[in-house]
Design a protein around this ligand. Structure first.
Ligand SMILES: Nc1ncnc2c1ncn2[C@@H]1O[C@H](COP(=O)(O)OP(=O)(O)O)[C@@H](O)[C@H]1O
Ligand SMILES: [Mg+2]
Length: 287
């Protein structure tokens, strides 16, 4: 039996009478990378927040490293243990860091919370984490406002790695960055995954990123899984009309925005009454 880093069954979340996430299942093997793709409003962030425990699912199961965490965590020790195993990097590096806390203190905070270390050990580990993301002493002493967007996102990554998580959830983590900076951060993330064996859930609205960051992909449409499977296969031969639409929407030679907008409306009309059924020949989604 494989022990997955992350195993999710039939997650569902409603807000009032709005179903944000419905029947989402996925698996992620240790050191694997799964992209969750979909347009704005498709339920990506809600899914991500349930995975890290920021949102309680209405129903469904979440197992991290084989341990069920569907129920509420009882007690501080359980909460901390859960938090150690799965960490999240948010989209906006300008909002996710406390403006009053230096980079050094920001990275030390989770170390203090999760590990019994002497202050010398903590400083050494902090420097190691900062070096891991390409930051040095100069940045360590700085407040976030002195850093660029890319540097801030590096700090957020270092902080998330501090607890040595099995899984890192990246919710549009490069979406706010310039394209060239985005490429650097993606490259760094790939290197970190190779070196540490951490697994990624890479949440993005941008299907163009998927082939660079993920082994597997899960396409969300209106809170449901439209299609999932190895990224290579899904990108080469998408089975669901929504995936095809997302692919055609990427700027390319002969790109026709008016045609794409019309297709988008047609798909919305066709699926208004009932959510999309999963494609008939469902590919196995094991990562
Ligand atoms: N806290 C909330 N309260 C009410 N509705 C919400 C809340 N969070 C998300 N939603 C709704 O759930 C749907 C999915 O949102 P979200 O998960 O943020 O999508 P995505 O990240 O794919 O853009 C949207 O229709 C959104 O408006
Ligand atoms: Mg989102």
């Amino acid at each position: 039996m494989t022990e997955y880093a992350l195993e999710v069954e039939n997650l569902r979340k409603t807000f009032g009478d709005h179903v944000a996430v419905d029947d989402v299942s996925l698996t992620l093997r240790p050191g694997g990378s799964l992209a969750i793709v979909g347009e704005s409003g498709s339920g990506k962030t809600t899914t991500a927040r349930m995975l890290v425990g920021l949102e309680r699912p209405d129903s469904g199961r979440i197992r991290v490293a084989g341990r069920d965490r569907s129920g509420a965590a009882r007690g501080r020790a359980t909460r901390l243990a859960r938090a150690r195993e799965i960490q999240m990097v948010f989209q906006d590096p300008y909002l996710s860091l406390d403006p009053r806390v230096t980079v050094a203190a920001c990275v030390e905070e989770p170390l203090r919370l999760h590990f019994a270390m002497t202050s010398a050990e903590r400083r050494a580990r902090r420097d190691e984490l900062l070096a891991r993301v390409g930051l040095g002493e100069r940045e360590a002493d700085a407040l976030p406002r002195r850093l660029s967007g890319g540097q801030r996102q590096r700090v957020a990554i270092a902080r998330a790695l501090a607890t040595e998580p099995k899984v890192l959830i990246l919710d549009e983590a490069t979406a706010a960055l310039d394209v060239s900076i985005q490429a650097q951060i993606l490259d760094l993330l790939a290197e970190i995954r190779r070196d540490t064996g951490v697994a990624y859930v890479f949440v993005t609205h941008n299907l163009a990123l998927v082939r660079h960051v993920a082994d597997d992909v899960l396409v969300l449409y209106r809170g449901r899984v439209a299609e999932s499977g190895p990224a290579r296969d899904v990108l080469a031969a998408p089975e669901h009309p929504y995936t095809r639409l997302l692919l055609h929407s990427l700027p390319h030679r002969g790109w026709d925005p008016a045609r794409i907008a019309a297709d988008r409306r047609a798909l919305a009309t066709a699926t208004r009454e009932r959510p999309p059924a999963p494609t008939s020949e469902k590919r196995s989604v094991t990562s």
